[in-house]
Design a binder for this molecule. Sequence first.
Ligand SMILES: *Cc1c(COP(=O)(O)O)cnc(C)c1O
Length: 419
Amino acid sequence: MRQDRKIPFVDLVAQHKELESELLDVIKGTLHTAAFIGGPAVEGFERDFAKFCNTKVCAGVSSGTDALRFALIAAGIRPGDIVLTVPLTFIATTEAITQVGACADFVDIDAVTYTMDVERLRHYLAHQCKLDLETGKLIHKKNGRPVTAIVPVHLYGQPADMDPILEIASRYKLIVIEDACQAHGAEYFSSNEKNWRKAGSMGQAAAFSFYPGKNLGACGEGGAVTTNDENLARKVRMLRDHGQAKKYYHELEGYNGRLDALQAGILRAKLSRLAGWNQMRREAAGHYTELLAPMADLLGIPREPSWARSNYHLYVIRSAERDRLLDHLTGEGVGVGIHYPVPVHLQRPYRERGFQQGDFPESEKAAQEILSLPMYPQLKIEDQVRVVEAIREFYLAKPTKGSNSRNQQFASVRNSSTE
Ligand SMILES: *Cc1c(COP(=O)(O)O)cnc(C)c1O
């Protein structure tokens, strides 16, 4: 069923066409005032984004990586600390931890949600750590380093199971910094609070990325820290601007990590569409899930727990024959991706620290099997049907291991869905 028109993995041009005149106004306004750094555009966006995330404050920064780094420093993470996160994430999560001088350690993921496995977190803290009787601090039994923070990652836009994570963190006095870089607008139902809570509003602070491909993307780089702690936000504002509280008065050594005014203006215009775009992604995800349902015994289909409202930054399926399926879909003109093919602990810098194959089996298995399908708000249902048809062809064409019933089953699926 080769067709000429390719289905892209992501289409960023569509949103810019939709917003072209607004974006051009932002660019013109910036050129005419030459207000490139700070100023009302940045402050306005910060206010709007804090409101969107249901947090008191937001500080715009230059990237998601800097947002993580500044949030960790401002929350009090110190060189030598151990910070826990998951192996199935983008390397920026662990880079930021290292840049603070801390040491990343890992808790494996839950195979269904792809987010931090709460039982494994409990196990790690109970068995690999102990309370130092002198300082009252939690320390790692093997290396004596203090364990001070957890960075749960809301991967693919699916929130981590925050109620138990926050409970565990408060029991052990650990700081929680959410990596919400993929989770703009995602929601978590807190049974404790009997309320839906926005990603980025649950930890002491959270980091967002506005890399162009994220649900809210700049026309360049950008990021933000959200928090309810004004003092933490004040520190982030100093860190992003060379540690100055006032021009040329430096309270500490900081970084050059500001959000451009131009990007802030662009993000502010796009933010007004974000809830709608996320809703369109959720509908597209619903279509995929329905179309793929007949293949549920061959493929892993995303499952959203009752406490999660994903923003479907990515729609990720699982296949035991992922690499061949990827080749087939690519050949059919379907853009696909793998997020991520190598779990962080098996990337070279972490192998060099002693991590190895077998350390985190769920993340390792997922990395072999996951496949991200085309996903963006303007994705058309016809294109989704074509994507799923291409997946079905792959399984039909495949020489089966003596199971005719499968072919039969798919023949009937095909008939019923191509009417
Ligand atoms: C994109 C991303 C980051 C880093 O964001 P940048 O803006 O590219 O620095 C961090 N963590 C996760 C999970 C991400 O997806």
